[in-house]
Write a protein that binds this ligand. Sequence first.
Ligand code: PEP
Ligand code: MN
Length: 341
Amino acid sequence: MDIIVLRPEVSDEQIERIVKKLEAKGLKPHISRGAERTIIGVIGDTSKVTEDEENAIRAIPGVEDVVRILKPYKLASRDFKKTNTIIKVDGAEIGGKKVYVAAGPCAVENRVVLLDIAEKIKTAGASFIRGGAFKPRTSPYSFQGLGVEGLKYLKDAKEKTGLPVISEIMDPRDLDVILDYVDILQIGTRNMQNFKLLMEVGSVDKPVLLKRGMSATIKELLMAAEYILSRGNEKVILCERGIRTFETATRNTLDLSAVPLLKSLSHLPVAVDPSHGVGKRELVAPMSLAAVAAGADMLLIEVHTNPEEALSDGEQSLTPAMFSELMKKVSAVAKAIGREA
Ligand code: PEP
Ligand code: MN
């Protein structure tokens, strides 16, 4: 028994009775009040609930149905919530009709370059600025990011352009400080199964962009989202960013089938990062358009004013001119499928 669907006329007292029964079994109720009806998601090991106990709950007045979810992820699943989750960030509604584009450098390098990039992506029509201040680099000798100084520059960029900020958190100890500077917390591919980090970001009221681990299955991605949701943070955006396959001609293999699949399995918004997915500048635009056609709610694109000089991921960064051209096409594809951009 994983979901208790309540009748529209259910009373608070009846809900309280159900909650007590669940808590007595060591289960945690997650009450979700929708426009039409209220449902209770049951968190914990529901296999401990016997059939008799399940029937007793079904018999409580106010209960319409009790449903078992066979999938291991529950709060993330479409069975739990039929309608798309829409995440509001400033004026944006991610997961709604509009397709949003986040753009910016791989890493925040300095204030002047960042502000210049911010202005250019804003002019081209981006809705968010992305940029790493804490960088997960393969080599300890590579540029590791500016840390808090980088977060400050991102905030300056927001002040100047109005673009909300997306930036990666790698360490739970940075959570307090990063919350003052970013609008969406990014969990990178390398940390998708850093469960401690997932639980920490699950405990705050800030949207989380959760990137698919480079060797993670769709189920593992949804289980990672479940960690965040089960701690109370309902604002999770799933992000396909390419997976490791035998193919070496591209940096990763961008799994675009993940988009419609995730949309059918889950109610959460889905983003695509074609930049890390392909690793090659000239492939970013076509894969961005394909991602929108596949149903992505958001794109994450690396843009740099001087990609040759970028401190990281220059080879996959678009110039502002390329980005501007791409934005026009993103709009056209979005319109062709009945959306906006
Ligand atoms: C990034 O977006 O800056 C990044 C490091 O991405 P990923 O975690 O997908 O490699
Ligand atoms: Mn990068």
